[in-house]
Design a protein around this ligand. Structure first.
Ligand code: NAD
Ligand code: HSO
Ligand code: ZN
Length: 430
């Protein structure tokens, strides 16, 4: 049974605060292990990467076989059914079209003093994309990581994916082929992140490491930050469904289960104005879980981390949702537009009864790598902006320099930086 709360109960604030504070990530202390792995990869390069990959993944690799060969990629692509290829193509085309619209524009202008000011966007030269593969295989995540990088104009994309027991889904390599990624290594975990960040004999270093992964991957990304950029730490998945009496309990239940089946601390929460709907959804989740072949993970997630909150009105649901700041928010309402402008903190918002979150996971076009653990208060989902950087442009002529010089020299004096002031005054009255 998931946690049941009602905003009218006396201890609601305390119970809600406890829900927000609940720790869902693995309790294993991974920081020291990861630090040792990174140090080993920095010291011994490919030898260490191969050894650690065989230790954790039993992948049977050597320093010479870390990269997938062109022949292996061709063979994998040939094994993928036309139906799966077509689905990947559909997803690719839609994700690409949506991300094209995120491309930022350069701009340059002259202000009233004649100063030229501009902003120029340039793509990051080399990025490493981490595709998780320890417990499950995510071809869709290949596309979600690689497509915005391609759209941004990144020159080099190095993809890493673990291959436990030497096994991998052919669709992973097919998705990479469709996205135009050719440099692919069969490595994962902290050793893969370290190899991307510091480089090895056979894996040139990158400038930024992107992508979701487990606690080891997250810790490694934290530890290499500064040496390289990172996108975000995307932890266990979450959904918050806001529903009123117009919602279909079976559909809501199915969406809660879809997120809970990610396991590893995934969380599904329902906030509703209707106690009857809440009861029906709880019963329906139980009924539908029993139909799932792999029901244990989803059941555990739902019972351990799930919650059903009843509220007096949709107005009450809004601040709760903004405090939860879920990775995904579904507005299971006849009129989702009434709430949309008031939802401030969410990785992605799904409108109305006919937009299950899973459509966004695969083919909607928006990105499924999203901020978790309440970080939607300050972070955004993966997109083109993660693969570009901004450079400002400034230009003065003698007249505009003269107009600005006195204020600048005054500020240099305030900061006691005489050299700064002099670099300006030396140009005046010539
Ligand atoms: N947010 C998203 O978009 C998104 C998408 C897909 C997956 N995910 C999440 O990514 C995660 C994937 O986790 P995963 O474990 O399946 O795959 P993973 O690829 O993240 O991790 C596998 C690696 O973990 C390392 N590892 C495992 N045990 C270790 C140990 N004891 N010591 C050192 N290293 C160890 C190994 O090197 C292994 O290669 C899940 O939490 C999943 O929900 C998120
Ligand atoms: N819902 C996950 C995190 O947003 C992404 C995913 C991949 N495959 C299926 N789902
Ligand atoms: Zn999902």
């Amino acid at each position: 049974m998931p946690l049941r709360l009602d905003s009218r109960q006396a201890d609601f604030d305390t119970a809600f605060a406890a829900l927000l504070a609940s720790k869902r990530e693995t309790s294993v202390e991974v920081g020291d292990t990861v630090a040792a792995i990174i140090a080993d990869v920095r010291a011994r390069g490919d030898e260490a990467v191969a050894e650690l990959t065989n230790k954790f993944d039993k992948a049977g690799v050597t320093p010479e076989t870390l990269a997938f060969s062109e022949t292996e990629i061709d063979a994998a692509v040939a094994r993928v059914s036309p139906e799966v290829m077509a689905a990947l193509e559909t997803a690719h085309q839609r994700i690409k079209a949506h991300h094209e619209k995120q491309k930022p524009q350069d701009h340059i202008y002259q202000d009233a003093l004649g100063v030229t000011l501009g902003t120029r966007w340039t793509a990051i030269e080399a990025v490493g994309i981490y595709v998780p593969g320890g417990l499950a295989s995510y071809p869709s995540s290949v596309l979600m990581n690689a497509v915005p990088a391609k759209v941004a104009g990144v020159d080099r994309i190095a993809m890493v994916v673990p291959t436990p027991n030497g096994q991998y889904a052919a669709a992973i390599l097919a998705a990479a082929r469709i996205a135009g990624v050719t440099e692919i290594y069969r490595i994962g975990g902290a050793q893969a992140v370290a190899a991307l960040a510091y480089g090895t004999q056979s894996i040139p270093r990158v400038d930024k490491v992107i992508g979701p992964g487990n606690a080891y991957v997250a810790a490694a990304k934290r530890q290499v930050f500064g040496q390289v950029g990172i996108d975000m730490i995307a932890g266990p998945s979450e959904v918050l469904v806001i529903a009123d009496g117009s919602a279909n309990p079976a559909w809501v239940a199915a969406d809660l289960i879809a997120q809970a089946e990610h396991g590893m601390g995934a969380q599904s929460i329902l906030v509703t104005t209707e106690k009857g709907l809440a009861d029906a959804v709880v019963a329906e989740v139980d009924r539908q879980l029993a139909l799932l072949p792999k029901q244990e993970i989803a059941r555990e997630g739902w019972e351990e981390f799930g919650a059903v909150i009843t509220v007096a009105s949709l107005d009450e649901a809004v601040p709760l949702a903004n405090r939860i700041a879920s990775e995904h928010i579904e507005l299971a309402l006849d009129d989702p537009q009434q709430l949309l402008p008031r939802i401030r903190n969410a990785g992605a918002i799904f409108l109305g009864h006919h937009t299950p979150e899973a459509i966004g996971d695969y083919v909607g076009g928006s990105n499924h790598v999203l901020p978790t653990a309440r970080s939607a208060r300050f972070a955004s989902g993966l997109g083109v902006l993660d693969f570009v950087k901004r450079t400002s442009i400034l230009g003065c002529d003698p007249t505009s320099l003269a107009a600005l010089s006195q204020a600048a020299i005054t500020l240099a004096e305030v900061e006691a930086l005489d050299g700064h002031g002099r670099s300006i005054s030396i140009r005046l009255n010539r």
